[in-house]
Design a protein. Structure first.
Length: 409
């Protein structure tokens, strides 16, 4: 995390620099005490003590903000705030009303360094002490109206920012925990599925192998039958494993849309994507083919197009061949779909084969500005299942799917 919030200690040099700049900006309001030391008509001794006091206040204030979050107790923070308040009171009583502004920083430090249960008391206490001193010093009441409200609002605003930062951190940690739990659950599901798929088959293979071994010397025909059964069980187990792995590898449109949003944003491309696509009635084969098409199209936009904007649309349509769901990806870039030349790349070729297997079509065309890819897949499951077959393009690890995912060209 490159940024650092109120009430959190910086973790690296960059965070320390950011927090120093952010905190230093607000020190500009110390211009009143500085002007008082320069033009206030004080004696040389008073000026020296004033500069020392102001420098000590700033250093203590910055240390209090930067040390927050290092495991210090509330008593230590309260003691530090008491030192700031005492020093501010001494400077106000010694040098005059211009130094009342120091209590605004005391109030802000209270909101930034203390939890709300304590800050709700220390902030009004700092404001009350400032009010009392303003009524004591010469013409201090004239400054009170311009300082009391900023002190109260600034202090309580810091408590809100502090709680917001802590809540954000807690949400990030909770999100990471949920992701870890989801990954663990997926691993457990995979383990259960593999056990269910292979446990019975391997046990049967072991049993029949032992039985064939015992039959082999005296009953070779029966042993051969057992070996045939072992072969059949092994083939079926292999088919089951391939189907399971195919199911794990099948992408989903919702996940691909989320990934496309992240990829396009990271590449500096303005993304216009559907937020909640309606996939009611869309077969798994069609959804998977469209998800592959979206992944390939977004990869090409990011790598080759040089586009500044990308529009993705997902709509159902009625055609002469039946209802289809249409995915269109259009960019305003100057590049092509997959590098130089007009010939389609391996990725588009693989997508065409995958969509044809699902009963759909793929169209890719250059526009006057940019490139447009349109993928259509049937919403009728029977259309997708008509072209199913063993060893179709894209099912094997080295086939068209590998081209579509890996080449991006």
């Amino acid at each position: 995390m490159s940024d650092v919030g109120i009430g959190q200690r910086p973790q690296n040099r960059k965070q320390r620099m950011v927090k120093s700049l952010w905190t230093g900006i607000w020190l500009v309001y110390l211009s009143a005490p500085v002007n008082d030391l320069l033009d206030g008509g004080h004696s040389t001794g008073a000026r020296v003590l004033g500069w020392l006091g102001l420098a000590g206040f700033v250093v203590w204030y910055m240390l209090l903000l930067f040390r927050t979050g290092r495991g210090e107790t509330d008593r230590l923070v309260l003691g530090s705030l008491a030192v700031l308040a005492a020093e501010s009171s001494l400077l106000v009583l010694t040098l005059g009303r211009e130094w009342l502004v120091l209590f605004v920083y005391v109030s802000i430090a209270s909101g930034a360094a203390l939890p709300l249960r304590l800050a709700r008391w220390t902030i009004p206490a700092a404001c009350a002490l400032m009010t009392g001193l303003a009524l004591v010093v010469t013409d201090g009441s004239e400054y009170l109206g311009g300082l009391l409200i900023p002190a109260l609002l600034g202090g309580f605003a810091m408590t809100g920012v502090r709680e917001l930062v802590r809540t954000t951190i807690a949400l990030r940690e909770a999100r990471a925990t949920v992701a870890q739990l989801a990954a663990n659950e997926e691993r457990l599901r995979l383990a259960r599925d593999l056990h269910d798929l292979l446990g019975h088959s391997l046990s049967l293979i072991t049993l029949k192998s032992e039985l064939a071994g015992r039959m082999l010397p005296d009953h070779p025909d029966k042993a051969a039958q057992q070996v045939t059964d072992i072969e059949n069980v092994s083939r079926q187990a292999l088919v089951d494993v391939r189907e399971a792995v195919s199911g794990y590898r099948r992408p989903r449109l919702a996940g691909e849309l989320a990934g496309a949003q992240v990829a396009l944003t990271a590449a500096g491309v303005v993304a216009d994507l559907p937020t909640e696509p309606d996939l009611t009635g869309v077969p798994e084969e069609s959804e998977s083919a469209l998800a592959w098409a979206l992944r390939e199209a977004v990869t090409n936009v990011v790598r080759h197009s040089g586009a500044r904007r990308c529009v993705v649309a997902l709509v159902p349509r009625q055609t002469l061949d039946g209802r289809v769901v249409e995915l269109s990806v259009e960019d305003d870039g100057t590049g092509g779909s997959g590098g130089s030349g007009s010939a389609p790349g391996n990725g588009l070729t693989g997508l065409t084969e995958r969509l044809e297997k699902a009963g759909g079509t793929l169209e890719a065309s250059r526009q006057r500005r940019g490139f447009r890819l349109v993928a259509r897949a049937p919403m009728d499951p029977s259309a997708a299942s008509a072209d199913q077959g063993e060893g179709a393009p894209g099912d094997q690890p080295g086939g068209a799917v590998g081209d579509a995912v890996g080449s991006g060209a």
